[in-house]
Design a protein around this ligand. Structure first.
Ligand SMILES: *Cc1c(COP(=O)(O)O)cnc(C)c1O
Length: 375
């Protein structure tokens, strides 16, 4: 058996557009870059979108455009992919972690206020697993304490809360297109905002600090090369044209996994449930065990059977770098740590078929039965 954890969904349209770019000779700053950004603006109904060469680059630029600097504090979640905190470290900013809610896996908004100090400048929320944070409450807190909001929506394209899309609440929001995301450009990211100043600064920062007037040899500020090539943007344009199909296939695959789990007599695992009034955009399909021993046992069994499965995500505060810098200890953020210990991402991608899903769940069941016997 060989069932991967994830797989990009590339069709003939992607190939056609990439060949078009190659034939045109315009490999950077061409029509596909503009088109990709326009699609994003329109999809989210936002004023501006700036494509970048990764989600991490877009997060870094988001932090810079908000004027956050050394020794400022930003509140964020420890249960995330490392990039959502690293973008703060790049600028010497201190990530102040607030634990997540165990059931929804996103930041526990009720615990945010007690973490605010006079150094706090922003809240960086992560819509982990395509689950949208409690943005009404987070916006209320941000307004009360005059804080900026960055949304890390890298796993959440198309996710909604009360019909409003992830990435449309913050001062600035970021999406990502690594091959395991809902849509991909190989590598890539997108920054979105309604703020003209943030947009202009982001455009300049991604392009070596150049002015927007297209004067190639004048650099106004310390910028970066975070540009997305037109070859990559061409893939993105095709993926965006198929976005609703992609998201609905993923929704169907998630629904089928849930049905299989509900109808089997597997005991001791649960899956991600949407928060009240939320629509999850399925990025991966995490399942949650009662304890780490069971999770590790099943993970080993699956990997030996040729079914890829990984523990998503280790808590950021316990990563070696963060322990060294901030002296975090196990037990500081118990929900995040429990999720890190008990979660397992199982094969999930746009084109996964029912037969593959049947095999995955059957192997999990088999492993759990063995585990029960062994214990
Ligand atoms: C994927 C991801 C990113 C950005 O990743 P890149 O690989 O740099 O595109 C950032 N935050 C989260 C939560 C992610 O899942």
């Amino acid at each position: 058996m060989n069932i991967p954890l994830s797989k990009p969904y590339i069709g003939s349209l992607e190939k056609e557009y990439v060949l078009d770019v190659l034939a045109s000779g315009q490999l950077s700053f061409g029509k596909y870059l503009k088109e990709f950004e326009n699609q994003f603006r329109e999809y989210l109904n936002m004023k501006y979108a700036v494509a970048m060469n990764s989600g991490t680059s877009a997060l870094h630029i988001a932090v810079k455009t908000l004027g956050l600097k050394k020794d400022d504090e930003v509140i964020t979640s420890p249960y995330s992919f490392i990039a959502s905190s690293n973008c703060l470290l790049y600028e010497g900013i201190k990530p102040v972690f607030v634990d997540v809610d165990f059931h929804s896996t996103v930041i526990d908004a009720e615990k945010i206020e007690e973490a605010i100090t006079e150094k706090t400048k922003a809240i960086l929320v992560v819509h982990i697993f395509g689950q949208v944070c409690d943005m009404d409450e987070i916006c209320r807190i941000a307004a009360k304490y005059n804080l900026k909001i960055i949304e890390d929506a890298c796993e959440a394209i198309g996710a909604e809360r009360n019909g409003k899309k992830a990435g449309t609440w913050g001062d600035v929001a970021v999406f990502a297109f690594y091959p395991n995301k809902q849509i991909t450009t190989g590598e890539g990211g997108m920054l979105v905002t309604n703020d003209t100043r943030i947009f202009e600064e982001a455009m300049s920062l991604r392009n070596q600090g150049r002015a927007l007037t297209n004067d190639w040899l004048t650099h106004e500020r310390l910028g970066f090369n975070y540009r997305l090539s037109d070859i990559q943007a061409a893939v993105g344009v095709a993926q965006m044209k198929r976005l609703s199909d992609i998201l609905s296939r993923r929704e169907q695959a998630a629904t089928y996994y849930k049905e299989l789990i509900n109808h089997s007599n597997i005991k001791g695992i649960d899956y991600l449930h949407p928060l009240h009034s939320c629509k999850i955009s399925w990025f991966v399909f995490p399942i949650f065990f009662h304890n780490k021993t069971a999770r590790d046992y099943v993970m080993k069994h699956l990997n030996e059977a040729g079914i890829q499965a990984k523990p998503y995500f280790p808590s950021i505060h316990l990563q070696p770098l963060y322990k060294k810098l901030f002296h975090h200890k196990a037990g500081s953020f118990t929900n995040s740590e429990r999720l890190s210990d008990c979660s397992l991402a199982i094969p999930f991608y746009t084109t996964i078929d029912k037969h593959e899903q049947d095999l995955v769940i059957a192997e999990i069941q088999k492993a759990l039965e063995r585990y029960e016997h062994a214990m």
